[in-house]
Ligand binder design. Sequence first.
Ligand code: OGA
Ligand code: NI
Length: 401
Amino acid sequence: MSPAMAIVNNQSKSKSKSKANDGGDDDHVIMESQYQKGVKHLCENGIKKVPRKYILPDSDRPNNADKQQPLLHAAAAPNIKLPIIDFSELQGPNRAQVLKSLASACEEYGFFQVVNHGITNDVISNMIDVCTRFFDLPFEERSKYMSSDMTAPVRYGTSFNQNKDSVFCWRDFLKLMCNPESLPHWPSSPTDLRRLAATYAKETKYLFMEIVEAILESLGVWGATTMNNNKTEEDDGDSDDDDEILKQFEDGSQLMVVNYYPACPEPDLTLGMPPHSDYGFLTLLLQDHVQGLQIQHKDKWVTVQPIPNSFVVNVGDHLEIFSNGRYKSVLHRVLVNSAKSRISVASLHALPMESTVRPSPALIDKANPRRYKDTDFSSFLNYISSCEPKRKNFLESRKLI
Ligand code: OGA
Ligand code: NI
């Protein structure tokens, strides 16, 4: 065990100071640099307790955050079966019925699970497998991709925002931008990562496009002019406009975030990810068989029961804005556990970086005035570089009423 790790284990700052009075500040710096290397690295050095850096204040801990369930242990939080959308049904004669379920899922939960989506079990298990092998690589190999540049094509890191978070969360990540120019920068080890992750990215993009079509239809803006401001009474069913919208999504950005949550010796003191909503239009999340994702539903935290080979899909901030508040981007967070590590792959889809997101004109009228300001990627970047991202603050900052 390295000296720095010995200090990490010794949670009392005052003890480490008194032990090495003149070296105390140096020790602190060494500890900080250890935390920057991530939780997997920390765990590989054999810790028995959660270091102070990861311990949340009482009110933010998994068991205490929900004032209405003060005594309920996180592991005993009610499980929820999210509304299930059978993708194959969406393509058949029951489409209208499925679209109704989709609309109510987006209104009431902001989340749904997609089954029978057509992405093969092989593509899915290959992705989970190659990502697991990436996190199994020695730290030196993983750390080649560490970067604080938000626009880097590949980024390995830890916590939520490791340059800003005062308390770190129990998560390491690999972020992969999915535009063609980024692919050659993806990790070269494991040697099959690029191939398997590129296949997975392509198939999730296709699925995203199909879901977007269904979402636009469920909002009643499909077949009506939506993105530009020149809607007239006769505009219903203009297929050129529909093609234009789909083209914008086709050209949109895709970011894959592989989350790795090591088993945690004291899971009640910390979180894998703090409460947040997702930036972007939709997120398609693949989780392994270990549960951990919780969503806020009717003011309570509820655990999402994983369904093998399904996708958890959630409304992002952009869709809330685009739908003028009809569909909600809902707060979610991740619990960790002491028995098993967990891996998930979030595929975040948004319009092109340079485009502006605004409420669809088709969804604004006297009874439903415009609720959000125009927003673009640079206003988001300015926002997160100026403060610690928390909860739905960014979306709050875009609200008009
Ligand atoms: C995310 C996210 C949930 C999970 O990556 O934004 O919310 O279960 N992930 O890992
Ligand atoms: Ni999320």
